[in-house]
Write a protein that binds this ligand. Sequence first.
Ligand code: GDP
Length: 454
Amino acid sequence: EGDLDLLEFAEEFPDGMVAMPALPVLAIVGRPNVGKSALVNRILGRREAVVEDKPGVTRDRVAYKAEWAGRRFTLVDTGGWEPDAAGINAAVAAQAEVAIDLADVVLFVVDSNVGATATDEHVVKLLRRANRPVFLAANKVDDARQEPQSSALWSLGLGEPYPVSALHGRGVADLLDLIMAKMPEVSAVAKQELGGPRRVAILGRPNVGKSSLLNKAAGEERVVVNELAGTTRDPVDEQIELGGKVWTFVDTAGIRKRVHLQQGADFYASLRTSAALEKAEVAVVVLDVTEPISTQDLRIIDLVLESGRALVLAFNKWDLLDDDRRRYLEREIEQDLHHVTWAPRVNISARTGRHLEKLVPALELALESWDTRVPTGKFNAFLAELTASHPHPVRGGKQPRILFGTQAASRPPTFVLFTTGFLDPGYRRYVQRRLREIYGFEGSPIVVNMRVRE
Ligand code: GDP
């Protein structure tokens, strides 16, 4: 049972859910139609139909777990929403900004058949301010005859243009090798040394009170200005002392600056949220109690669940809550948040400071759950008791049995069950429920995977 085993298990997690935070981040930036999606598919090794870069197309996923030459990293596709002609400059600038703030390496893609456009030049100006390696891919070079076209892109001043064909794969492997050589082992933007401050993302839709919360927290307590061992010096993050401990609030720049976009604002908000989650260990999702819980709130919570980060729910503007609304709110929580009943809730007012001191214990509880490791012996004793008192139902004359289990990873706690057949989804949920009953895991998602032994 060494680390190799853990990697092997991690491989099998569904939906790219890998229980290892702080992977380095590669962000892909470029105008619509240059072939970003094709390149993303190529890097992920997906054989399915290539998604085309079409104006107005929105994709939900932004961050993917990727691997090249044995190295794992997070691939962030900033092109999930493609603006029409009028919105291009603003949208591509927003992409570049997210990439600069939150990626370790940026891959800028240009269409070699079109050459450098004014928009490309604008993006390059932004990228050059970034203190990060930037690679320039000249895409759509499908054969050697087209290579000279890519040389024209030297004029962008980003160094050597690498001719690639995302569609046919040409040149992509060589480029990835070069990128890997510049990629840190662990994300520098999410770096945390042992005992260093833990990383918190404050998330929520506009106007729920994120910046008020941040200001109140930073204002009442001392904002840490001196350099601490193990903290990032990233200007988009802030170190704040709360409850006698220093915390890193990630992507506070994203909270403080408001991007005003005519189109695609939702996409950029969710891009920013996903990217901030990559850097964070625990998310505080802020909800506004004066308004009904919305699909946007739920979408943000889903992004946290997808990311596998710990979760705290902060119900803000409690000072404005009257009895009527309060009753509704309770009903809404029951209806809409039944899948995250395990998340600690704090009822706060960023304006008056009410119960802000409860945030720290909630964060600590969530992180402690997130870090939990259940020893294999104890876990198997738990499984033995569970299967004895509540065996799997017989299906078609067969009864799948759990032979053995182990916790393959923490952050979040991820369990693997070795079984003699497929367990019913209902039974897997039962295992999860029992795990929570016994171990709590308040504030942390948990993952239960299964490996069928024939
Ligand atoms: P953000 O977009 O999530 O960062 O939200 P802001 O922090 O800018 O807050 C949006 C508005 O709600 C501002 O007018 C705030 O003053 C107000 N607000 C934030 N928190 C509270 C609160 O706890 N109580 C009340 N009454 N107003 C609040």
